[in-house]
Design a protein around this ligand. Structure first.
Ligand SMILES: CC(C)(COP(=O)(O)OP(=O)(O)OC[C@H]1O[C@@H](n2cnc3c(N)ncnc32)[C@H](O)[C@@H]1OP(=O)(O)O)[C@@H](O)C(=O)NCCC(=O)NCCS
Length: 407
């Protein structure tokens, strides 16, 4: 049975997280977690008097195509005890949570998944992709940086407390400019910058880029030795740039850090443009490209009306949603002039230009996956090539959606 947690049970939930993920939570982080807990969103799966699983969500914001910043429920902390797996506990918690989000009037949910095939059955679809890269950086430099005006641009080290003050507004200013960006959750900055002790900063360095005295970007990295890799490795944990100049200045700085042979990035956009400025682009090797965030249209009509579209057109989409039957139906989208869609719900049973499971619609929602590519492999059905071409034009965004934050 799934219910919200009671006040006295919050500590037990931390045990579930430790046992579920197989990792102890450092005490300072546990304290921060306690403060960040939103009890009425924290759900537990019960086995008699014992708690056997948990999930929670946090109100956040996500940028939709068209630079629309929309409220989203970020689903986090999903764990079931290893002793209680495959008894339907996750299913029961997902059931409770989606009904609850709907009752709260929250039209969209988003999560990141530890494994690729867990959440589609609950209507989530992979919606943004990310890549990690390795750069063999000896003698690697940027060509033609003078094409962007770098005058008055400098990169400087900052201490943690300064990073804590300067970085969040920079990320917040960047996020509305890219579809897929999810605002950092409550413990996200602690995760990135370290909690209390130097040890927990995980050996990280913080640099910020300033232009005319104003912070315009930052990077967080650490340097270490990796098994099987000769020389030292710079691990880029996060980079955020508000301007082309700060993007280039930060990359240029990272490539020039001494006594480092290799640079390995955390998750970055699949279209990382710096590659095309490298003196040898082949020395930037994608290590992994995969799905990053999963979206869930809790209310299909409201979600389709919320995002922006990039051309005019009309489309009727038939959606099947076995887990949230309230969404199963036909939706007529009409975009004319201003990039927003008038969405009308139609009676079931009539004709449709596209037919898709709600998880597939979620994959199209942020504009990263091409409807015709998904049709090619049978994940969605189009009434005609013309309908598919309209779907491509309407749904696909100008840049791949991406989320800087992981949660
Ligand atoms: C992933 C996890 C939460 C699943 O919980 P669970 O209670 O065993 O899941 P359920 O029994 O409700 O399974 C529901 C469905 O998901 C499937 N499923 C569960 N875990 C899965 C996995 N890791 N990969 C693929 N499918 C999975 C089940 O087979 C079942 O499918 P069905 O509905 O077709 O029968 C649990 O295994 C766990 O805590 N893992 C470690 C921590 C973790 O990875 N958390 C997720 C973070 S995003």
């Amino acid at each position: 049975m799934t219910t919200p947690v009671t006040h006295d049970e919050v500590e037990s939930v931390f045990e579930i997280l430790e046992r579920g993920f197989g990792e102890r939570i450092p005490s300072a982080y546990r304290q921060a977690l306690r403060k960040a807990t939103i009890p009425d969103r924290l759900l537990v799966s019960r086995d008699g008097a014992e708690i056997a699983g948990t999930v929670t969500s946090e109100p956040a914001q996500m940028t939709l195509p068209g630079e629309v910043v929309a409220p989203v429920a970020a689903v986090v902390g999903v764990a079931v005890l290893p002793t209680h797996r495959r008894q339907g506990r996750l299913r029961s918690m997902m059931r409770y949570q989606l009904d609850d989000l709907r009752a709260r009037g929250e039209d969209l949910a988003v999560l990141t998944s530890s494994e690729a095939r867990i959440y589609q059955r609950f209507g989530y679809g992979p919606a943004t992709l990310a890549s990690t890269y390795r750069l063999e950086k000896r003698d690697l430099s940027l060509l033609w940086p003078e094409r962007v005006d770098l005058s008055g641009v400098a990169v400087r080290f900052v201490e943690r407390d300064e990073a804590e003050r300067h970085f969040p507004p920079l990320l917040a200013a960047h996020q509305p400019t890219r579809a897929g960006e999810v605002s950092r959750l409550r413990l996200g900055w602690e995760d990135l910058l370290g909690v209390t002790t130097e040890d927990e900063q995980k050996g990280r360095f913080f640099v910020e880029c300033v232009q005319a005295g104003e912070p315009v970007g930052y990077a967080v990295y650490r340097i270490g030795r990796d098994p099987g890799v000769s020389g030292r490795v710079l691990h880029l944990v996060e980079l955020c740039a508000l301007r082309d100049s700060s993007y280039l200045a930060l990359w240029s700085y990272l490539l020039e850090v001494d006594l480092v042979d290799t640079l390995v990035t955390g998750h970055r956009p699949t279209d990382e443009p710096v590659r095309w400025l490298l003196s040898d682009p082949r020395r930037m090797v994608p290590l992994r490209t995969g799905e990053h965030t999963y979206a869930r249209l809790v209310e299909v009509a409201a979600s389709l009306a919320a995002r922006g579209y990039f051309c005019d057109g009309e489309l009727t989409v038939a959606v099947t949603d076995p887990f949230c039957e309230w969404n199963t139906g036909r939706y007529h989208l009409s975009v004319e002039g201003n990039g927003t869609a008038a969405v009308e719900r139609l009676p079931l049973g009539g004709a449709a230009d596209l037919t898709a499971d709600v998880s597939v619609l979620a994959s199209l929602y942020l504009g990263g996956l091409r409807p015709s590519a998904l049709a090619q492999i049978g994940l969605l059905e189009a009434a005609s090539p013309r309908a598919l071409a309209t779907a491509d034009r309407l749904f696909l965004g100008p840049v791949p959606p991406f989320s800087t934050t992981s949660f």
